[in-house]
Design a protein around this ligand. Structure first.
Ligand code: 13P
Length: 259
């Protein structure tokens, strides 16, 4: 058994206004106990407009969830209309920031080089990047999944130290499993997370590979979380749809209790 503490993250995507956010966080706090979070770290990634509200309730009620963001720019400030800087996020006591989610890559054209700048900017402000990677169905069918994912990892982590990588998080999210209800089999998810870990071992050494936490994402639900989480190279889950409801997200956080 590794001593990596699992990280279950809820990516709200572009859902819930700040009133709805407050309600969800409060409902979640009734269902998740302090004992649960001794076993797993939990992070919530609301839209920017909700972050201050969620921060306030987490701090006022001392709720045991880490605050996260879904995206940021890589500069500290400047003429970048519509963007939010890592410096601003750090001021809101954000712990984790997603970088290179496939929706950012595919819809907004983010390149590996840009994502690498974001990873460095997030680290500069002492937050933890969650670097996302994953292949399309066409790439999988063409036998290119491993090359795609290891290429994203090498490019996304370029220029980092082994120590920085040790404390980071990678999320492997096959694009064909996102929002489709089709989950990768535990075996396939494990195989790809093992590829991520061996890529990190080759580039940054054994300690970095042993320390970094690797999440699986893509249609994670209460009924499949336990099997996925029992795989040796899967250290957490990045959850989309199922995190928008307190009951289903709580049951994923409590995956150990599932039948
Ligand atoms: P779903 O859980 O809705 O498939 O989304 C996964 C995801 O993209 C999380 O970042």
């Amino acid at each position: 058994m590794s001593d990596r503490k699992p990280l279950i993250s809820g990516n709200w995507k572009m859902n819930l206004n700040h009133f709805e956010a407050l309600k969800l966080v409060q409902e979640l706090s009734y269902q998740v106990s302090v004992d649960d979070v001794e076993e797993v770290d939990v992070s919530l990634h609301p839209p920017f407009t909700d972050i201050r509200t969620v921060q306030t309730v987490l701090e006022a009620d001392r709720l045991p969830f880490h605050l996260g963001a879904q995206h940021c720019h890589h500069e500290d400030s400047g003429a970048f209309t519509g963007e939010v800087s890592p410096a601003m996020l750090a001021k809101l006591n954000i712990s984790y920031v997603l970088a290179g989610h496939s929706e950012r890559r595919e819809i907004f054209g983010e390149s590996d080089a840009l994502i690498n700048l974001k990873v460095k900017a997030i680290l500069k402000y002492e937050m933890t990047p969650i670097l996302c990677c994953g292949e399309t169905l066409e790439e999988r069918d063409a036998g290119q999944a491993e090359a795609k994912v290891s290429g994203q990892i090498v490019a996304g982590l370029d220029g980092l130290t082994s120590e920085q990588v040790t404390n980071m998080v990678v999320a492997y999210e096959p694009i064909w499993a996102i929002g489709t209800g089709i989950t990768a089999s535990a075996e396939d998810a494990q195989g790809m997370c093992a590829v991520v870990r061996s890529t990190i071992a080759e580039t940054f050494g054994a300690d970095a590979a042993a320390g970094i936490r690797i999440q699986y994402g893509g249609s994670v639900k209460p009924n499949n979380a336990k099997e996925l989480m029992s795989q040796p190279d899967i250290d957490g889950a990045l959850v989309g749809g199922a995190c928008l409801e307190a009951d289903s997200f709580a049951r994923i956080i409590q995956y150990r209790l599932a039948e």
